[in-house]
Design a protein around this ligand. Sequence first.
Ligand SMILES: [Zn+2]
Length: 205
Amino acid sequence: MTTAAEALARLREGNRRFVDGVRSLSALLTQTQRAALATEQRPFAIVLGCSDSRVPAELIFDQGLGDLFVIRVAGNIVAPSQVGSVEFAADRFGTPLVVVLGHTQCGAVQATLEEVRSRSSRSPNLRSIVDRIRPSVETLLATSLGNDDGRLLRAAVRANVRASADHLRHGSALLEQLIQGGKLTVVGAEYSLETGEVEFFDGMP
Ligand SMILES: [Zn+2]
């Protein structure tokens, strides 16, 4: 059984390969395992990331079929269906690590900043995402960061990752039980669109 620390190390190594522009042979040949994986899966990490087209988890961590259980939603927010998806994978497969993955220049966080400032909303569906990000943003807007858009967005992306990770840690009795039993760790990370690097900054084992 993989531990959270081992899973984290695999992700760090995979991201290092991605940044260096190389791919592991096993990830490249991953299609050859398709038949073997048809009847079972043992993903070593769960990734809750943003839907942004530039942040596909399998590519930036250089992993193949069956390696990652990925949930993607604009702004890497946590609503009941995301909690349920994490519960499913952690409980069913014994996956020891959850990574909440935000990224620089996140459009969903940017849209939230704009909506909070203009007090208008274009769609109730979009609003359901913005409302999940809003508390992180509003806290920061009240500080001196409110005068510096670049710094504000960077801080808001990280605050939003921390909020999602905390929600997963405390918003589910099932997950809380796994965490207390040492079977699950939730960490927060940020992917840089500019460098390709993932920085893990919250809740490391
Ligand atoms: Zn995004």
